[in-house]
Design a protein around this ligand. Structure first.
Ligand code: F0G
Length: 358
């Protein structure tokens, strides 16, 4: 985890930074948009109210605004190394945006398949501007993923969903950063779970670290939306529904990895309602000054629910993973916004409005 000056910068992106811990060789292209190295921000309000020490890992600060960039850098590097000229994914939006960006960066063609009408606007806009070929299919993410998995078996194209093991390898680097920033792993890690690649990746990272150093791994707390909570229920959900469209998934591909992470770490799965997700979305913005997308707010909602259940010991160190930026879903933000009033463009009117509120 050394840091060497490159182009005048000290951070070199996840592949170069963590090469010793990743399945890369000197021949693997160092594809990067300088992803990773995201802030770990103390959450003073959440921590004080809960009697625990809380940090928020702001994965929305990655180049395309979500954690996907960590794994995408490696998946695209490997696609290049294997001589592929195109990448393909199904996506609830963030994987598509990330794949499109890294494909553009490296000159690969990018095909994305989206569940029709269920992808947040900012994510579609990103895929459009990065020049991806965008297709949508009726139904949910699960059927879109099934379709692209079948296609990838027949075509010379790299599938860059988290069923691609390089995605998991790249994403595990976030657990290294959390550990490095705190000096040791937290006692609990709370994160949203959809297709379950990320919880699998964090757990892989922590267990690998624990093998080489003497510390214990965090309890992994996977949070799902009530209407899309197969891991909480222990059964597939055929018609997943939630405001947190990123995690609107009924049949996670990395089901076994997620179950292992929760079980082996002594962690848990927890479901949160859309109402709880939106309440946490407001708290993050209002009280912590952090704008995260609804799927990320689900993790904060799950944290608050676990606090209510007395899940954490007093003073415990907890890290909540905020997986994606709030700007990804401007429509959700505006739906919550009060009417914006127009006033005359003069000082009197403005002073009249502010009145005693200054
Ligand atoms: N948070 C956000 C913002 C996401 O975009 C996703 C997944 C998750 C959490 C859940 O992560 O799937 O590894 O359990 N988004 C995928 C996509 C499915 O297509 O962008 P997971």
């Amino acid at each position: 985890m050394s840091s060497v000056e490159t182009w005048g910068m000290t951070w070199r992106g996840v592949i170069e930074e963590y090469a010793a811990f990743l399945p890369v060789s000197p021949e693997t292209p160092r594809v990067t948009l300088l992803e990773g190295n995201t802030p770990l921000v103390p959450a003073v309000f959440l921590g004080k109210n809960a009697g625990v020490s809380v940090h928020l890992k702001i994965e929305g600060m990655n180049p395309t605004g979500s954690f996907k960039d960590r794994g995408m850098a490696l998946a695209v590097a490997k696609a290049l190394e294997e001589g592929k000229s195109a990448v393909l994914c199904a996506s609830t939006g963030n994987t598509a945006a990330s794949a499109a960006a890294y494909a553009a960066r490296t000159g690969l063609r990018c095909w994305v398949v989206l569940p029709e009408g269920k992808v947040a606007l900012g994510k579609v806009a990103q895929a459009v501007v990065y020049g991806a070929q965008i297709l949508q299919v009726p139904g949910d993410f699960d059927s879109a993923l099934k379709l692209v998995r079948q296609a990838a078996e027949r075509l010379p194209i790299a599938l860059v969903n988290s069923v691609n093991p390089y995605r998991i390898e790249g994403q595990k680097t976030a657990s290294f950063e959390v550990t490095q920033a705190l000096g040791h792993p937290p006692e609990a890690l709370v994160l949203p779970v959809g297709n379950a690649g990320n919880i699998t990746a964090y757990w892989k990272g922590f267990t690998e670290l624990a093998r080489s150093q003497d510390f214990s791994c965090p309890r992994m707390c996977g949070i799902q939306a009530e209407g899309a909570a197969p891991l909480v229920k222990g059964a597939r959900v055929s018609d997943p529904e939630t405001v947190a469209t990123a995690i609107r998934i009924g049949n996670p591909a990395s089901w076994d990895g997620a179950v292992r992470a929760a079980k082996d770490s002594g962690g848990t799965f927890q479901a949160v309602s859309d109402q709880e997700i939106l309440a946490a979305y407001r708290i993050l913005a209002d009280k912590e000054g952090i704008f995260a997308e609804p799927a990320s707010a689900a993790a904060a909602a799950g944290f608050l629910k676990l606090v209510d259940q007395g899940y954490f010991r007093k003073g415990a160190r907890v890290v909540i993973i905020l997986t994606g930026h709030g700007l990804k879903d401007p429509e959700r933000a505006m739906a919550l916004s009060p009417q914006i009033r127009t006033i005359p463009a003069n000082l009197e009117a403005l002073e009249g409005e502010i009145g005693s509120g200054a």
